[in-house]
Ligand binder design. Sequence first.
Ligand code: NDP
Length: 518
Amino acid sequence: MLATHLESVDPATGEVIGRFESTSPADLPRILEHARRVQEEWAAQPLRARCALLRRLRDVLYARRDEITEVITRECGKPRFEALSADLMVSLDTASYFAWHTPRLLRPETVPHHNLAVKGKSGRIVYEPCGVLGIISPWNYPMAIPMGVVIPAVAAGNAVVLKPSELTPWCGALVRELFEQAGFPADLVQVVQGGGEVGAALIEAKPDKVVFTGSVATGQRVAEACARHLIPCVLELGGKDAMIVMADADLEVASSAAVWGSFTNCGQACVSVERIYVERTVAERFIELCVAKTAKLKLGSGIDPDTEVGPMIRSAQVDRVESHLRDAVAHGARVLTGGKRRPDLGPCYFEPTVVVDVDHSMRLMHEETFGPVLAIRAVSNGEEAVRLANDSPFGLSGSVWTRDRERGRKIAARLKVGAVMINDVMSYFGICEAPHGGRGASGWGRTHSRLGLMELVQVKYVDEDRLSRWPKSWWFGYDQELGVATDRFLEVLFAPGWRRRVSSVRGALGTVFRSHRI
Ligand code: NDP
């Protein structure tokens, strides 16, 4: 029997901190049907009125920021600073960005026609809402990830049924509450609570599009279910992001970035730095710096303002990190700092860990670890670094570190990923204008930015004929004369050499001035 309640558990202590009613999968068809009715009215509102409500949402988020960050910290374990800077700030900025820019981004576009044959027509591209979107999100950024899709979705005129992770039901419930408080129509953003079975039932209820963020294994199930109903989907899946450190990089700065990029959110980010390739001539110094900086990090409860690394989300997640490390050590890797569970602090703590002497035979280097591990491998040169960085089924993002801008750009161009940062890590995720999404096992489609918004609309081409009383030359009434005139017309358009083109004009006019028998 399915549980009727979901428990929100504090990963720092293992304590239950809240209970939320779960949604019965059988209710999903009714929920979708209701969403369709709400969406029709919402889409009929002027775009500017919809955007004005996004400004109210931003104000509500801002006014309730203390409470929201506390819920994120308690339910997800991350340090309060990260709840504020990553989850809350990204949500606020997304609301602000789409409130101001959606009217421009969705403005109908005139389409000039280059071909003489269709000069009598004017074309426009207009953007219409998809309808009802099913949004399925993970637990690691329980506010920033759903908000990053729900906000542009409603701005574009869609209704949303959101399925948050069963590990973060409190944050999920907050999303719905915040939209209602901001004055959006009741049930424009519905939140369904539960495990994978509720996510599966959401797809079976046939939303118009699915935006899924989560693991590769679940993403494959989602893609299969969507394919059965021919529902389009966006898949934001896992990553195994590489950081390439060239010998001319500022090692002080690069090592701080490596440590932050590997341990922020306890390494539980799709764009975490999971692999580092550093040029051999500077590897020793770079490793020394990484180890010293890692050893200084304060591990503890996210509620403590001095904490830099909190607990992992669940003990099972810690098991996975341990098994990756065990496998790496069995194949010759060396742990230089960390590497241990900390049951003295709570059930889900694991020390920030630096590992060296790693190679691609180890799970640590080809599967997503999703935990606080910084794995460093020395390489001979940039060429080898690029080859190893691309030797992965994933292709989400990556970074390159060098003082030589041109070299940085050349390496960036060769990485097979959705985003590359030169001399920074991860932070592009918080830039509203930057598209987010991957290649290969990291999924398809984009979120954030203009391209993410385009995923949430239907594109319609509208053609208006300026010569509405003029039958078209390509309509029926085919005969020898029309064939010859059309051949002249092709000469006008495509014959090599201007003389030939000009001499065919007269004959081509027969395509325009013709009598239609039908
Ligand atoms: P999961 O794949 O386990 O879950 C993601 C969501 O899918 C959850 O809401 C989950 O519900 C739901 N779900 C589970 N089974 C099904 C199903 N059969 N049909 C529909 N929905 C289902 O991922 P995690 O929550 O563990 O998140 C971590 C993963 O997410 C990592 O791999 C990480 O890299 C990836 N991720 C990717 C990002 C990106 O933008 N590319 C960003 C952040 C994370 P429930 O949790 O209740 O089981």
